[in-house]
Design a protein around this ligand. Structure first.
Ligand code: PRT
Ligand code: ZN
Length: 211
């Protein structure tokens, strides 16, 4: 019996995900272009995937657990359980408008068009705020939308803020604070749950050692 874990193949979470497993004492051959690999000293098999696909793989029980951003978990809204925050991949999903706009509160967004790659989260936020805005889903380069007249506002991930700044935008609302989390399938058998508990014990020890 092995625990199958899905992590990001390449991108912002890949390195920290591999590093965390390593710090847990798990030796994984880092084969280039490999889609899957096994550890030599822990019953775990690693699948390398696009981050967006990880919640679906876990819901479908193709993977037992995964490391993925909370932003992706809440956007995809799959039947998975968030087990533990991992302390890396920290960012926030924020609304930004042109630096020249006078923005006092969310009512500014009433009747406005917001470009985002996170339509599910943004729609929910607008409903909670009682703001009737038009959500315009695009698949990337969100930050240029206001400049080209595609939208009045955007909702995108921010970490340092330099992307917003370089595009003449200012951050006006935080919709979600996010970091990488461990998610699990709701249908783990007892043996897999025991392996997960063992992994979690080590993850918590690694986290404690960093505080
Ligand atoms: O190929 P794949 O689909 O797997 O990767 P991806 O391109 O969709 O994702 P990737 O690697 O960019 O991000 C993976 C995860 O990292 C995200 O889902 C977040 O949970 C987390 N994360 C943390 C970030 C950022 N910080 C971040 N700053 N993801 C994206 N950004 C982008 C943001 O979209 C914007 O374009 O960085 C830019 C802003 O950064 P600053 O520093 O200029 O504010
Ligand atoms: Zn992605």
């Amino acid at each position: 019996m092995v625990l199958r874990i899905a992590i990001q193949k390449s991108g912002r979470l890949n390195e920290d995900s591999m590093k965390l497993l390593k710090e847990c004492g798990i030796d994984i051959a880092n084969g280039v272009n490999k889609l899957r690999t096994e550890a030599s000293n822990f019953p775990i098999e690693v699948y390398f995937l696009r981050d967006d696909d990880i919640p679906q793989y876990v819901e479908d029980e193709v993977a037992d657990i995964g490391f993925v951003g909370e932003n992706v978990v809440y956007e995809k809204n799959k039947k998975v359980e968030v087990v533990e925050q991992l302390g890396f991949g920290k960012c926030r999903l924020s609304i930004a408008v042109s630096r020249n706009e006078v923005y006092n509160d969310v009512s500014y967004l009433h009747g406005k068009r917001i470009a985002t790659t996170y339509p599910v989260i943004v729609r929910k936020f607008m409903e909670e705020q009682g703001v009737d805005a038009e959500i315009h889903e695009i698949s990337g380069s969100v930050e240029i939308a206001p400049g080209i007249g595609l939208a009045h506002a955007i909702c995108d991930l921010v970490s340092s803020g330099s992307t917003l700044f370089m595009n003449g935008l200012k951050e006006v609302e935080t919709v979600l604070k996010s970091q990488a989390v461990l998610i699990k399938s709701s249908h783990l058998n007892e043996e897999k749950q025991r392996l997960l508990d063992k992994l979690l014990f080590r993850i918590k020890a690694v986290k404690r050692s960093k505080n």
